[in-house]
Write a protein that binds this ligand. Structure first.
Ligand code: FAD
Length: 467
């Protein structure tokens, strides 16, 4: 494949047909690369592949760009009050800053505006097929891929096109992870996953139980504190609730300064403990459970308001749910509470239903086995973008993942023997972690420390050039 020409979009009556497989006509897209999804990761993939000279067809099941941040999308997990958790400079793409007059933590509508401007600035929309869902991705002819699409919702015929490479950028915050609880089907109250929570009116005047202490669970508990007639917040363990600001600066910026100075983890933990001691103090005084781990051993929760509302009696912290009854919820300490609405803020799981799980090396749990959370052992022309949960924003990481992949594809053309040697490196590195010591749970499958992770990508780029 050569990164030189864009053969234009495939026409339904494409004349360059590869031999039929299963009697399906296949439109051969030559050297073009397929990108799945036009959220943050897909957009940056399209841009970086184009900048490296590749033709790109991007398929997006929705009708606009922005992925999770486009509240019009039916799978968007954002709610009316969603703001960035990571601060502006640690979220934006490195080559496209957010406006200086935007706040430290922009609103989701501003994040969407940012993606729309990014798409326009780099002229990306002409490469995107909106309203088109990828339903199958199959390896063929060595390192090429047959990608089958259809209109979102299943209307119209299926179409298969053959690509030189594929970037999977389908996001990992849209398929709800729902815990199993005894008696849940007997429960007469209302239940919802946080993905269906959009507006505080859904909580107004109700007795609400929020399950889960991720950033979303804490946000919803804070909203319930102000809207619901009562809010219980159930967590499996005690957590460290970090303020969004430290010394007047966004907390991730302070953390990054310490990382840049290479302050050892133990010292950062000690400093963090002291920051919390001097601000919220001893969490158990508020009735919150004592954390059973040190800071940085779970994904950081940035929420300045949760402890405040607990302190004002508007949130009652409770332990894990033991089981549901028709009109009550039994907790693991034996208490029973009677919520009318239960919101499961229990997270999301990745889903790649268009790919055979063996391609991504997924074990029975569905967790892919990749190098740099992006490159796929045994499949040098396949990459995943955005499958990271950093202690900063994701966009910068997706940017560098896709630059690396574009360079790897370009190397396959210029120096195939070097690219082949690099493929061995991908296999050797699969499963490497970049997150220090975090709790071993699906919540932390994709956890990365952004500084370590970016250093690893940088090393990989050097290796690519040297090989
Ligand atoms: C409440 C909340 C707050 C968050 N806060 C932050 C934050 O502060 N900072 C941060 O960096 N991240 C945050 N995130 C994480 C968020 O997921 C990322 O910011 C970002 O959306 C990741 O972009 P992505 O392109 O990888 O995935 P997505 O934004 O999910 O985009 C994936 C795209 O792929 C499309 N797609 C999926 N499957 C198919 C298919 N089969 N065919 C065609 N198209 C498909 C989807 O329609 C979607 O447009 C937050 C998430 C949530 C839920």
């Amino acid at each position: 494949m050569s990164p030189s020409t864009d053969p234009g979009r495939p026409e339904p009556d494409a004349t360059t047909l590869a031999p039929p497989r299963d009697a399906r006509p296949v439109s051969d897209r030559g050297d073009t690369v397929c990108v799945i999804g036009a959220g943050a990761s897909g957009l940056t993939a399209v841009k970086n592949l184009r900048e490296h000279g590749f033709g790109v067809d991007c398929y997006e099941r929705e009708t606009g760009v922005g992925g999770a941040w486009n509240w019009r999308h039916d799978r968007s997990p954002v709610y009316a009050s969603t703001h960035l958790i990571s601060s502006r400079p640690f979220t934006q793409f490195p080559d496209f800053p957010m406006p200086d007059d935007w706040p430290d933590y922009p609103h989701h509508s501003q994040v969407l505006t940012y993606f729309e401007r990014y798409a326009d600035h780099f002229d990306l929309r002409q490469h995107i097929w909106f309203g088109t869902e990828v339903i199958r991705v199959e390896p063929v002819d060595g390192d090429r891929w047959d990608v089958t699409t259809r209109s979102t919702g299943g209307y119209g015929p299926e179409r298969t096109s053959r690509y030189a490479a594929v970037v999977v950028a389908n996001g990992h915050n849209w398929s709800p992870k729902l815990p199993r609880y005894e008696g849940l089907e007997e429960f007469r109250g209302e239940i919802m996953h946080a993905s269906s929570y959009k507006d505080p009116a859904q909580l107004r005047g109700k007795r609400v139980l929020v399950v889960g202490a991720g950033n979303t669970g804490c946000d919803i508990a804070v909203e319930a504190a102000q809207q619901a007639s009562h809010c219980w917040h159930s967590t499996r363990r005690g957590y460290w609730y970090a303020p969004k600001y430290v010394l007047g600066r966004p907390a991730d910026q302070v953390n990054d300064t310490l990382l840049a100075l290479r302050v050892p983890l133990r010292v950062r933990q000690w400093l963090y403990h002291w920051t919390l001691r001097l601000t919220v103090g001893d969490l158990t005084r508020f009735g919150l459970p004592k954390p059973d781990h040190r800071v940085y051993e779970t994904h950081p929760i940035a929420n300045s308001q949760l402890v405040y509302h607990v302190g004002h009696g508007q949130i009652t912290p409770v332990p894990d749910v033991a089981r549901f009854h028709a009109k009550a919820v039994e907790l693991t300490d034996g208490r029973e509470i009677d919520p009318e609405l239960v919101v499961f803020a229990t997270g999301y799981l990745p889903r790649f239903e268009f790919l055979d799980p063996r391609v991504l090396g997924a074990d029975g749990s569905g967790r892919p086995r990749l190098w740099l959370n992006a490159l796929v052992p045994g499949h040098p022309t396949l990459a995943v973008a955005g499958l990271v949960q950093p202690d900063s924003g994701i966009f910068t990481l997706s940017h560098w993942q896709t630059v690396l992949f574009a360079r790897l594809l370009a190397l396959r053309v210029r120096r195939p023997e070097r690219a082949a040697a690099f493929a061995q490196r991908v296999t050797a590195g699969a499963g490497e972690r970049y997150s220090g010591k975090v709790k071993d749970s699906s919540r932390h499958w994709f956890e990365v420390g952004h500084a370590d992770y970016l250093r690893a990508i940088q090393r990989a780029m050097h290796e690519l050039e040297e090989k």
